[in-house]
Every structure is written in C-alpha cells, then in structure tokens.
Design a protein around this ligand. Structure first.
Ligand SMILES: Nc1ncnc2c1ncn2[C@@H]1O[C@H](COP(=O)(O)OP(=O)(O)O)[C@@H](O)[C@H]1O
Ligand SMILES: [Mg+2]
Length: 247
C-alpha cells in the first residue's frame, strides 16, 4: 500500500510521516519512506543523512552527458539506476529523498522521475509512505498516480481544512481509486476538532492532540525514531491503522 501525507505547509505532514516511519520500523515490514518535499524536513526529523538525493543523482547524470562521458540515450532509461543510487537503508526501511533542485524549471523533471520511482519501487515494498510537498502540485502533476490512500492533514484552522478539501478534489480526479481521510492535528480541545468535523465534507479519520513531546523533539532536533510513546504518537498510529496502512 502506498500512502501519501498531503496538506498545507506547517500543519504537521512531516511530523505525522516521521511517527509513521517509526511505527513501520517497529513493525518490521519492508517499507519505503519518501521525502518528497524539496524542503527535506523528513530526513532531518528522522536523523537520516541521505548520501545522495534523487536530484543529486539526476544532476550527476546530466553532467556526465554534458562532458561526453555518458551517452544521451542512457538518460531515458536510468530511472532504476537513479533510484538505487539515492536510497538510504536502515534495517527494514529504505529512505528516498528527492532533494531540492536549484535551477528554475527542473521541479517538474524531478517530479517525473519521482513518479516513475514511486511506481517502480512501490511494488517492491510492503508499504510506502510519502511525505508530500505542501499544496496540490504533486497531486495535480500526477506524481501521486500510484498512491492508494491520500492522508490529508490539517490543523484546526479553516484555511488548512480548505487546502485539504482542494487536495481531495484534485486527487479525486487524478487518482479516483485512492481512498482519502482527514487527520486533524494539533487539537487542544475536543470542541475544536468537533467544529472542524461539522464544517467539512471530508471524512475525519483521526484527531491528534497538541503534544509537548513532539514540540520538544522538534526544538531539540532529536530523531523521531527515538520518540517515546506519547499522545500524538498513539493518535497518529491509530489514524494510520484506520487508513488501513498499519495493522
Ligand atoms: N501534534 C503536534 N503537537 C505539537 N507540535 C506539533 C504537532 N504537529 C506538528 N507540530 C509542530 O508544528 C510544526 C510544523 O510541523 P511539520 O510536521 O513540520 O509540518 P509540515 O511538514 O506540514 O510543514 C513543527 O514545529 C512541529 O514540531
Ligand atoms: Mg514538512
């Protein structure tokens, strides 16, 4: 199963993904974790330092072609090579970071490679978890074509819920067979989540409390692999189970 964590910037996508990655590590399932946000927050949250990102490998290949060390025809067929070079393994997990393309205009090229990579790798792993870029672009550009479930994340703000609804509309068109559900994050009081739930047509599949342990791990840049059981981790794991992603 391939699950993508989507939503507005700053709502908690990376936090949810990091807690999910920790749960997958504990489950022993062979899993692929994709940091698809060019800001690369997930690698940091997990304390992983990928040797090479997908974009690094892509750039290296283009340079080889320019220098005449590689045949241009190779470029089209190098996706599996690109991906293998960019994977960082840790026990049962493999980690893929797309990186940040510096030159303007190459986002879509990296996205195409990312799409191919997700499709190619998805079948090789029992579970794939994608921390998506904020907003709708990756869904809109069909990067998420192979995704089975779109986990929409919002905080309790109306703006974040509207972004989640927009992503749901787009994903409903682009990947009509994928499931979708909303995780309401940073809930301080049940009434806040009740209000969100009564003001949206999205199915709310989880409520995650505001949690000091999460804040402390973020501030201290500690690896979420070391996160102790806490109210947020329990709620995120419950939500991923409700989505059918964890058993
Ligand atoms: N449940 C939570 N409790 C406390 N702080 C949280 C919680 N979820 C996220 N945060 C904090 O909110 C900020 C944004 O979260 P992040 O996961 O980076 O969002 P995104 O990936 O969507 O941009 C971070 O500082 C993170 O520590
Ligand atoms: Mg993030």
């Amino acid at each position: 199963m391939i699950l993508a964590v989507c939503g507005k910037g700053g709502v908690g996508k990376t936090t949810v993904s990091a807690i999910g990655a920790k749960a997958l590590a504990a489950s022993g399932v062979k899993a692929l974790i994709v940091d698809a946000d060019p800001a690369a927050g997930l690698a940091m949250a997990l304390g992983i330092e990928p040797k090479r990102t997908l974009n690094d490998v892509r750039k290296a290949i283009i340079e080889e072609v320019k220098a005449g060390r590689r045949d241009e025809r190779d470029l089209a067929v190098s996706v599996d090579y690109l991906v293998a070079e960019a994977l960082t393994e840790r026990d049962n997990l493999a980690f893929l970071s797309i990186g940040r393309p510096e030159d303007v205009g190459c986002y879509c090229k990296v996205n195409v490679i990312l799409k191919d990579a997700i499709e190619m790798l998805g079948g090789m792993f029992g579970a794939t978890l994608i921390d998506a870029e904020a907003g709708i672009e990756q869904v809109n550009r069909k990067v998420m074509g192979a995704v089975d479930y779109v986990l929409l994340v919002s905080d309790t703000s109306a703006k974040a819920v509207r972004v989640a609804e927009t992503i749901r509309d787009v994903s409903g068109r682009m990947i009509p067979d994928a499931g979708a559900g909303l995780l309401v994050n940073r809930v301080r009081e049940p009434a806040e989540a009740d209000r969100v739930e009564s003001n949206t047509s999205l199915e709310v599949i989880g409520r995650v409390p505001e949690d000091d342990t999460v804040r402390e791990f973020d501030a201290g840049q500690k690896s979420f692999f070391d996160l102790p059981e806490c109210p947020a981790s329990i709620a995120v794991e419950g939500t991923l189970t409700a989505a059918g992603f964890l058993s």
